[in-house]
Ligand binder design. Structure first.
Ligand code: G3I
Length: 459
């Protein structure tokens, strides 16, 4: 049974590409085997994708790389609720349709992102609650999945519904307050609307075995045991300067529940370890036979929501970075998705987390610095926390935001407060730092955060 599912996954990828691109895809693949991300991934029965801002499809330099290197796309913003149903019952598919057309013309499969997410809700939905919101959200799932029926390889049906921190429970939101069964209701509606799409749950800070990933694991196990239609779990993998040692083991435990797994929004903090981490993530996926593909959250560094992190595989001029080579090598070295019954489990030992020793004399406590990526009306802040001479068992970073600024999204930390004096505490996997060790977290907000300075307290 497990074997048949694995085989179907491989065939689905191959057929999607072949249907969309016909002979061109087959010829391109064999001519470039091993020399582009898409060809190398396809040889192993997998896809390699990128998040796309459709406005950039008319930029030649961007589209040249996209078409050469990637055989899967996901809309960075255009298929979200605020984009597809800006007014209740009035649907807009311009950006999504454009991306699907581009994909079909270039032999790419499409991930759908995201039917329901507590962020990027249109204003009208933000103001709703209870049974009115429940029926509006199910209608949204039904309408959007029906519109794109037959064109989507996998949908992120629900995005980011679990809380950060140690609770392992659900995140509070107006969606959650409609009742704990909202996620399964969404999956059932999506299955009816597009029976051919794989239905995924997608989240971040799940890059290892931790409280949050275990909460999701328990939900998936429950869904599988009760026949709730879930096919895959997406691991966003917005990563800092180290990778959890149990990254692959975490993917594998989900796969063992009988779902596919995918790396859905990969980007990695720049620095000495970037190429190593990209390679380790790729190897982990290759070593898990139900890991069907990897998506990076953008194409070039300057396309990334992470701004000065330079978090992607191509620099702003479109040149391949060391991280690109690391990924390509890992794709080429990895095993294909098996079409025969699996034999022995992979024997590669997990990669050790990078352990650069500090060279500067360490400081006591901790230090924090921030880099901002701002636009008119919003910003993304990336915060670096450096442990002092005693190391940390936990840390807490405070900011005083200017009036009008408000935190809307946090990753790799737990926020208290959203305006004025706000604080960010470590999550369970990044609180313990050795002397001089560095970790990162980030947050996104509305308004302007220019001029803010962090203060760091260690425990
Ligand atoms: O470009 C417009 C600008 O013209 C306008 O003035 C301004 C006013 O708000 O908005 C700008 O758009 C911003 C857009 O990014 C383009 O940069 C939106 O405000 C901003 O909300 C949007 O952020 C997106 C974010 O999701 C929304 O929360 C990022 O592009 C997108 O990369 C990010 O993607 C998410 C995934 O969907 C889920 N996982 C985390 C990931 C990163 O946050």
């Amino acid at each position: 049974m497990k074997h048949r599912r694995v085989l179907r996954a491989a065939v689905t990828v191959a057929v999607t590409g072949a249907l969309a691109a016909g002979m061109t895809m087959a010829l391109t693949t064999s001519a470039n085997a091993g020399t582009t991300l898409r060809a190398s991934a396809a040889e192993k029965g997998r896809y390699f994708g990128a998040a796309v801002a459709t406005g950039k499809l008319s930029t030649g330099a961007y589209t040249t790389i996209l078409n050469r290197e990637f055989n899967s796309v996901v809309a960075e913003n255009e298929m979200k609720w605020d984009a597809t149903e800006p007014q209740q019952g009035r649907f807009s598919y311009t950006g999504g349709d454009r991306l699907v057309s581009h994909a079909q013309a270039n032999g790419m499969s499409v991930r759908g992102h995201a039917l329901l997410w507590y962020q990027q809700e249109p204003g009208w939905a933000q103001n709703m609650s209870g049974s009115a919101l429940r029926s509006a959200m199910i209608n949204h799932v039904t309408q959007v999945a029906t519109h794109f029926r037959g064109k989507i390889y996998a949908w992120d049906v629900v995005n980011e519904a679990f809380a950060d921190g140690n609770s392992g429970g659900r995140r509070d939101s107006n969606l959650q307050r409609t009742g704990n069964d909202w996620i399964e209701a969404a999956f059932r509606a999506a299955r009816v609307a597009d029976p051919g799409a794989k239905l995924c749950y997608n989240d971040y800070n799940t890059d290892g075995i931790n409280a949050k990933s275990t909460g999701i694991y328990n939900m998936v196990r429950d869904f599988k045991s009760r026949g709730v239609p879930i096919d895959c779990v997406g691991f966003q993998s917005h990563l800092g300067t180290s990778l959890a040692g149990d990254y692959q083991a975490n993917l594998q435990r989900f796969a063992d529940l009988g779902v596919d797994v995918q790396i859905t929004e990969l980007d990695v903090m720049t620095g000495g370890n970037q190429a190593n981490i990209y390679g380790a993530v790729t190897r982990a996926c290759m070593n898990v036979s139900r890991c069907t593909g990897i998506t990076t959250w953008g194409v070039r560094d300057c396309d990334s929501w992470r701004g000065s992190d330079n978090a992607l595989l191509f620099d702003c001029n479109g040149n391949k970075k060391a991280a690109y080579t690391s990924v390509l090598n890992a794709l080429n070295a990895g095993p294909a998705i098996p079409t025969d019954p699996p034999t022995d489990p992979p024997t590669d030992p997990p990669t050790d987390p990078p352990t650069d020793p500090p060279t500067d004399p360490p400081t006591v406590g901790c230090a924090a610095s921030v880099s901002l990526n701002s636009w008119n009306g919003g910003f993304v802040a990336t915060v670096k926390v450096t442990a002092g001479s005693a190391g940390t068992s936990g840390w807490n970073v405070g900011f005083t935001l200017p009036s009008g600024a408000s935190v809307t999204n946090t990753w790799s930390a737990t926020a208290s407060g959203s305006t004025g004096a706000v604080r960010f505490a470590n999550v369970n996997y990044n609180g313990r730092l050795g002397a001089g060790q560095v970790t990162e977290f980030g947050f996104q907000g509305t308004g302007s955060a220019s001029g803010v300075t962090p203060t760091c307290t260690a425990s």
